[in-house]
Design a protein around this ligand. Structure first.
Ligand code: PHE
Length: 338
């Protein structure tokens, strides 16, 4: 009998509950009505007199130790369980989730639209060299058009700069791939401009490039019309105006019909009925040759647009700086609209 008490003492000493439930089971097992303690106290009567003292002390110690264990652990699991098992399959509360940034949403939308006509995404470094940002794109040193893109140079080395457009990614892509090429280059670009409601020193672009045999200006126009309708609505019209870029010839600037006033003229479109959205053109033969593509066999078109500008036009946002302030009250509005 004394042996049994010693075993139980050991058991109590070793017991470490993992939950409220285990603690309660332990309590019932030792201290409950039908528990070990009551059984031992009942058995006490049958113990021979000479052993009563030793046995009595042992079971009193056992009871105290068991009670001490229960006191130690009871209630310590309450916050985790409240008497229930944790339900791991329960959906999490969505209350505090953030929302996607409107620039990411519009970027994804542009990528998705061009994906559907076979364009895939390519990416490249934001810190570029002169060749990929300028020279390969038919902008040799001292070319006056370099001034169009106020460039951030890194330290004093004019060969290292922050890319001013993602055309640099297209150069890299052409260097590594032969036509047919159909690639879209989204990414962050940098220009040394004063920050205002319409300009920022950091912004985002998506540029597209399509090179194959017999690619024509008509293909470019059709792809852009498709894009404009997908982005701004079925009724959208586009207008191409002649322009100049060193890397394309001929070049054009593309406007979409103003969807705020239905092209009737308002202060957003400055009473012209149209809004400028991107630059484009047929890839200059020099650019193809610079990138190792046979300009006698292949032709191509390219276009480039600012994501902030598209987002501003689509959602009537009047100040570009809002995209960089990260005020959640502003950002949350776009979440469900796309
Ligand atoms: N890279 C030009 C820019 O950033 C945009 C452009 C791309 C124009 C391709 C024509 C063709 O201004």
């Amino acid at each position: 009998m004394l042996e049994k008490v010693k075993e139980l003492l050991q058991e109590v000493a070793n017991f470490v509950p993992k939950s409220e439930k285990e603690t309660e089971e332990f309590r019932l097992n030792f201290l409950g009505k039908k528990g070990e303690m009551n059984a031992l106290f009942a058995a006490f009567k049958t113990v021979p007199n000479e052993s009563k003292k030793e046995f009595g002390q042992a079971i009193n110690t056992l009871k105290q130790n068991a009670q001490a264990k229960v006191d130690e652990y009871k209630g310590s699991f309450e916050t985790e369980e409240k008497g229930e098992e944790i339900d791991l399959s329960r959906p999490v509360s969505l209350d505090n989730l953030g929302s996607r940034h409107p620039i990411s949403l519009v970027r994804n939308q542009i990528v998705d639209i061009f994906n559907r006509i076979g364009f895939t995404v390519s990416e490249g470094p934001e810190i570029e060299d002169d060749w990929h940002n300028f020279s390969a794109l038919n902008l040799p040193e001292e070319h006056p058009a370099r001034d169009m893109q106020d460039t951030f140079f890194i330290q004093t080395n004019p060969d290292v700069l922050l890319r001013t457009h993602t055309s640099s990614v297209q150069v890299r892509y052409m260097e590594g791939n032969q036509p047919p090429i159909r690639t879209l280059s989204p990414g962050r670009v940098y220009r040394n401009e004063a920050i205002s409601a319409r300009a920022h020193c950091i912004f985002h672009q998506v540029e597209g490039l399509y090179i194959d045999e017999n690619v024509s200006f008509a293909d470019l126009k059709q792809a852009l019309l498709y894009f404009a309708k997908e982005m701004f609505g079925e009724k959208t019209k586009i207008r191409l105006r002649p322009s100049y870029f060193p890397f394309t010839e001929p070049s054009a600037e593309v406007d979409v019909s103003c969807n705020i006033c239905n092209s009737k003229g308002c202060n957003v479109c400055k009473y012209t009925g149209y809004l400028e959205i991107l630059g484009c053109g047929m890839v200059d033969l020099n650019v193809l040759e610079n990138c190792g593509i046979d300009s006698k066999k292949y032709t191509g078109y390219a276009f480039g647009m600012g994501i902030e500008r598209i987002a501003m036009l689509k959602y009537g946002v009047k100040d570009l700086r809002l995209f960089f302030e990260n005020d959640v009250r502003f950002l949350k509005q776009f979440d469900k609209s796309i």
